[in-house]
Design a protein around this ligand. Sequence first.
Ligand SMILES: C[S@@+](CC[C@H](N)C(=O)[O-])C[C@H]1O[C@@H](n2cnc3c(N)ncnc32)[C@H](O)[C@@H]1O
Length: 207
Amino acid sequence: MSNDLSRVLSRAVQPSVDVPPFWRIRPPGAPEPDGGVRIVLEAGPGFGDGAHETTQLCLQAMAAAPRAASARMLDFGSGSGVLSIGAARLGLSVDAVEIDAAAIEHAAHNAGLNGVASSIRVHRTLDALQGPYALVVANILRPVLLSFAPALVSRLAANGTLVLSGLLSTDVPEIIARYSALLGGRRPTVHERGEWRAVVFWAPRAP
Ligand SMILES: C[S@@+](CC[C@H](N)C(=O)[O-])C[C@H]1O[C@@H](n2cnc3c(N)ncnc32)[C@H](O)[C@@H]1O
């Protein structure tokens, strides 16, 4: 992803991007889209302008996930805040986690542009965050997904949805094995866009 990341970071202008089934990502000041759920993003240092397949896979999975009013979402590796803002626009209360200070500021700015700052809290680490989260989304590199598997699964609610993106097809078997073992043998669905894959698990019911 590093070449793509450089490309995104060097982009000076936020593109307008439509992601099925209803997401409309727009720069500030763009005309109101005709329907859909709008996410306003200013170009900046945080990854995630909506044009990358890994982000789009997350947005599609989020649209398909069951949603209860004021359910909680954990956005691990929040970058520009695009996924957090999308979740907040759907009515979820969001905890975002991001290690990069510039991306944290960028996400906070974007949250303000969308009028959802009060629904999103951005943290530097997962440590102080307690589940359960009805929706956990992580668009992040494979080694980080592997290392944080217990931390993410332990914060997932019974019947919650876990979305893991940022994967190539060759990464998928190892990711499924690691997470399935922590989720009582659950099997995920695998979604693809170009060379990129996302794995979506539904957590088992509580006993
Ligand atoms: C591929 S970007 C995803 C951004 C956005 N969520 C999206 O879907 O477009 C991954 C983000 O994870 C952040 N990150 C990497 N390792 C992390 C860690 N251990 N904890 C928190 N954030 C991390 C990176 O700084 C980067 O902003």
